[in-house]
Design a protein around this ligand. Sequence first.
Ligand code: DX5
Ligand code: ZN
Length: 217
Amino acid sequence: MAIRIAPSVLSADFAHLGRDIEMINRSEADWFHVDVMDGVFVPNISFGMPVIKALKQHATKPLDVHLMIVQPERYISEFAQAGADVLTVHYEASTHLHRTVQQIKKEGMMAGVALNPHTPVNLLGDILTELDLVLVMSVNPGFGGQQFIEQTYRKIESLREMIIRQGAHCLIEVDGGVGPGNTKALYQAGAQVLVAGNAVFSAPDPAAAIAALKVLS
Ligand code: DX5
Ligand code: ZN
């Protein structure tokens, strides 16, 4: 299966959000990546429910919502109602992760867990078979346009081994500093979904940049 590309709405032009949503709808992108930041878990504040509801009304592809917020369990049903299709919480932000994952699935969403760059993948060993997706952060979360952390390749490879060993079925998604220079190596390491913000929205032709990211040879 071809790699999935999830353009990050965080890098869109919020004054022309409708235009950028239509660009993603018409492009070869697979998902919309939607970064929610609370100013506590990460040193930045992005957007919340009203923006996600507006996105949902116009997006023709699934919303992949990445929560960079503390105690994400407080808002699971609200994100389901707002239109999230995939809901990813951070391992570092959720004390009762197993319960949180079950709540996400009960609300009919795909359940994802994100790992900060310093968090080892083996900490997911006792929950991996419950997950639909693992989001490997390849930058420290909080901002678009940061430099890719090279150690990520090793993490993806270990995660892929764990998934095979356990017979788990979760997708591996990578987020941060993804661009034309590393998509092929990420795919070879085992990544199945790539988030791209800056590489898409700073390109002169964002739809062409999305199409280029899908070409892996
Ligand atoms: C970072 C966010 C990313 C970000 C990626 O905290 O989770 O999704 O938008 O942006 P780029 O691709 O520019 O690194
Ligand atoms: Zn993200």
